[in-house]
Design a protein around this ligand. Structure first.
Ligand code: EPZ
Length: 422
């Protein structure tokens, strides 16, 4: 159990390089199940979740080599199709092995991913879509058991543009007989990145990145090579930290076209934003203004930005209203910010943040990946040293977070908490 200590008062300055996107790399690794042989995925962030996905794929018989951001994934042999509870519990995203396992083996047994700090997170859209493709699914002893003699094309309209449901259905459909259309599909850049990888494997996909995706099934897929897209959530985290600390940060390898609405909110808060060969530069010379925002599926402001933007506003000038439309329980972490003196009131999907001049350091707990990043931003603008426990959440989603922070001039350090076993 690690704790991170963050000293308040630093203005972040300098350059930071964004890693590959967690929410793409995980699906690219899972998609490698589809093609017998060795696929190569580059720009894989060295984070806990990717290591867990590697363990999961090895469980199915794949040979996985993850080194220096490159994943070599040999799917010549796939013999076991059960995703064990102890791994699924570590990472909800393991649900995305369902589609590729069904397409490759005609069956899958995946431990039912439970809810987490941000919401109930049902998987009914995954199940409903797969059933339309001829899959028989039942839940048994905490597992989703799925079987299909033959996957066939179907027209599927999602009640909600779920990211992983779209991705699971896409990965099942690439080997199905006939054409599958997914309407009200997720448009996230990570979903389009997955589609590009599947096409490199020989899949026939049109419309990825739009709300209607059409997939014509093929008889076989071949191994391919692909470089994961840059992590827009990490890029946004550094940008918001620059604004909160009135700093001057250049984010290298960011894709501003994936951050349009987010960056326009930072500009409304008073940030000076420019793009050059050096990267995306965010400069904030005075206290930020409060800005209202709502979270929505892409191209709206991602729900993963909500804790980060809210922490940025805890010391802004004025009052902001934030509406969370994606996950019903995603304000839980605000209690930790209130411990640091933030003035935040939440009511259902809404939060009202009255900016205060300064926060004060306190011992707080990271509840999930993005809540952890929000507490670090709050710690950077608080009086004193903030102690953040359960920091392994951060390691699940951010590569070398502390080192990158230090390079930007922050004073942070870690302490490992020894657990005494009974
Ligand atoms: C993906 O989760 C991301 N995770 C999340 O990032 C991200 O917050 C989320 O998309 C939204 O952008 C990965 O890609 C691994 P959804 P996912 O299905 O796919 C409801 C992070 O911090 N829903 O788009 O699980 C659901 O309850 C993580 O990196 C159903 O009702 O999200 C939620 O309200 C956190 N039934 C909404 O849809 C379903 O079958 C959006 O969920 C599926 C989803």
């Amino acid at each position: 159990m690690d704790r991170l200590f963050v000293t308040g008062g630093a203005r972040l300055e300098g350059s930071v390089r964004v890693s590959g996107a967690k929410n793409s790399a995980l699906k690219l690794m899972a998609a490698s199940l589809l093609a017998p042989g060795t696929s190569v995925v580059r720009n894989v962030p060295r984070i806990r979740d990717c290591a867990v996905m590697g363990e999961m794929l090895e469980y199915f018989g794949m040979r996985v080599r993850l080194k220096d951001g490159v994943a070599e994934l040999d799917a010549s042999e796939v013999h076991d199709v059960e995703a064990p509870d102890e791994l699924v519990r570590q990472m909800r995203a393991s649900i995305v092995v369902l589609g590729p396992l069904l397409a490759r083996c005609g069956r899958a047994r995946v431990s039912m991913p439970g809810g987490d700090e941000i919401g109930a997170r049902p998987v009914d859209l995954h199940v409903g879509g797969l059933e339309r493709m001829g899959v028989a699914i039942r839940s048994e002893h905490g597992f989703l058991v799925a079987e299909a003699d033959e996957l066939h094309g179907a027209s599927i309209t999602l009640d909600y543009p779920s990211v992983t449901a779209t991705e699971n259905l896409m990965m099942a459909a690439v080997r199905a007989k006939g054409i599958t259309t997914i309407d009200n599909a997720a448009r996230e850049p990570e979903t389009a990145d997955l589609a590009a990888y599947l096409v490199a494997m020989g899949a026939r996909i049109e419309g990825a990145g739009s709300s209607t995706i059409a997939i014509e099934g093929v008889d076989e897929l071949v191994p391919a090579e692909h470089t994961a897209v840059a992590d827009r959530i990490e890029a946004g985290t550094w940008a918001a930290a620059a604004v909160a600390t009135q700093g001057d940060v250049t984010v290298q390898n960011a894709r501003p076209e994936h951050l349009e609405l987010f960056l326009s909110k930072l500009a409304d808060a008073g940030a000076d934003i420019s793009m050059s060969d050096a990267g995306l530069r965010i400069r904030q010379v005075s206290r930020a203004h409060a800005v209202d925002f709502v979270t929505l599926p892409y191209p709206g402001i991602a729900t993963d930005f909500q804790p980060i933007l809210l922490a940025m506003q805890a010391t802004a000038e004025g009052t902001a209203i934030v509406t969370e439309n994606v996950f019903e329980g995603r304000f839980l972490y605000t209690g930790e910010l209130r411990r640091m003196g933030a003035d935040i009131r939440t009511e259902g999907h809404h939060a009202v943040i009255r900016g205060v001049p300064r926060l004060s350091a306190a011992p707080v707990r990271a509840l999930d990946i993005r809540a952890g990043a929000a507490l670090v931003i709050a710690g950077l603008v608080a009086d004193g040293v903030t102690e953040i426990s359960d920091i392994e959440h951060l390691d699940r989603g951010y590569e070398d977070f502390d080192t990158k922070l230090e390079r930007l001039g922050a004073e942070v350090w870690r302490e490992r908490e020894l657990v005494t076993l009974p």
